[in-house]
Design a protein around this ligand. Sequence first.
Ligand code: FAD
Ligand code: NAP
Length: 471
Amino acid sequence: MNTRFFSIKIAVVGSGPAGFYTTQRLLKNQDIRVDIFEKLPVPFGLVRYGVAPDHQEVKNVINSFTAVANHDRVNFYGNVSLGEAIKVDDLLEAYHAVVLCYGSAQDKLLNIDGELTTKNTISARNFVGWYNGVPEDKDLEIDLNCDTACIIGQGNVALDCARILSKPTNLEKTDITSYAQQMIANSEIKKIYIIGRRGPIQVSFATKELRELMHLNDSRIKIEPSTMFEDYGLSLAQLKSLSRQRRRLVELILNLHAVSKKNLDHSPECILKFMSKPHKIVANRDTGWVERLELQRTRYDNADEFINEKSVPIDTNEFEKIDCGLVIRSIGYKATMVDKSLPFDTKLGAIMNTRGRIHGYRSLYCSGWLATGASGVIAGTLQSSQVTAQSILEDIQNKQLPSLAVDKSGYETIREIVKAKSIQVVHFNDWLQIDLLERRLGETMGKPREKFVDVDKMLDVAREKIKHDQK
Ligand code: FAD
Ligand code: NAP
């Protein structure tokens, strides 16, 4: 018999897909109330700040997240950062359970010379944040007045960066920030290298994204070295051992080789460069800006290795130089450590957990990229969130949550903590006002929205809304 006479209070940290999907699933238990805490004044994580502006349809998930936020058993508290405004222990004290969904807010490093010291060598995370209006990336020092850009890494983020630099049609009609759109429209980049340390069988990007780049570039996209398959004595027939999906992708890459002869001048030429490991980034001595990327060639010992998706090549003694004026490092994201006591898998860049249960803790869980590492699309995050929410629901059902013995104060305690630190909390209604004003501004410019890129501006709008409501 259920003798509990109070509701189960759960704190969710992070309002990206993982935060919302986890909350949505938890609400299935009618006793549960969820408070969502978000570092920024605005919700939706990488849906707002990662997904490319020319992929507006992907952002439709925001509608279902909004429905979750508007649920009467859910509260949203924006501008409250875990690790700064509040601590994990504060939340564990105030809530019956806590779910960390704060994603992967750092980028991985190459650890090569010049990576962090050479100007116009930036991470894809910052570049994406710049064009998508992440407040801390809005002033990114970037110059697109150069002939050649090198993107290191061959994942979907690398292709996003290459596509945006290739000036897709109607970019100005998307929610890209105006300052980025204007700089991209005036960019002088004519050549974009997308560089992989492995071969075409091992790329991380997907067929759909490659097709998009091909169509955009009127087939001005080619592969290097173009003789790779011949070098390993391979033919298309030998791709049979691959999965159908991977075979289709590799065939597409090979076809790039066949169709890359067109010489149109609309957008930059893209070159998928394989078997090349970044070795050094060299700056101009006088200006400090990047002028060269040095690569070390890699190779497989034999055709079987070349054709195996998991193979890792060995280094050769051959080096190559690409003169370039921009380097974008797109080699993946990793989570930040907001609390040193959390068990962290540094290799994966994620918190150690089993089905969302954080190792060494009771009543502390995680989901999304923080739980799985920074890989997978929004649908994958949905899955991870459902697994975690299911673990919590089971732990409640099986009386595995000792915290449930007593009532918890929930937001009442947190309110005092943030008030003492003079933090202005942004509620979901305040966000709706920011949203409205962004969309209105966008309308005057023929785009879905023009994002506010200053936290202070967002907070001003929220403050005005509160004043107005109090009148
Ligand atoms: P996030 O979306 O990163 O959400 C984490 C949230 O936590 C953020 O709101 C963040 O502000 C907040 N947060 C961070 N630190 C704190 C803190 N200390 N305290 C409180 N809150 C905090 N998938 C697709 O399906 N389609 C696409 O087109 C697509 N494009 C992508 C483009 C890029 C550039 C990237 C990087 C990813 C893309 N993805 C895409 C993948 C998709 O974005 C992820 O699968 C998904 O966003 C992961 O969700 P998450 O909630 O785990 O993390
Ligand atoms: P990713 O898919 O993991 O790709 C990272 C790339 O960087 C790989 O090519 C990897 O090569 C390379 N790399 C890693 N370390 C390297 C090093 N030290 N030196 C050289 N190269 C290195 O990461 P991502 O592109 O950041 O994408 C993250 C996730 O978001 C992915 O799951 C992606 O599908 C998703 N996403 C989806 C979309 C979409 O659906 N449209 C858009 C953007 C992102 P190796 O394989 O050799 O390690």
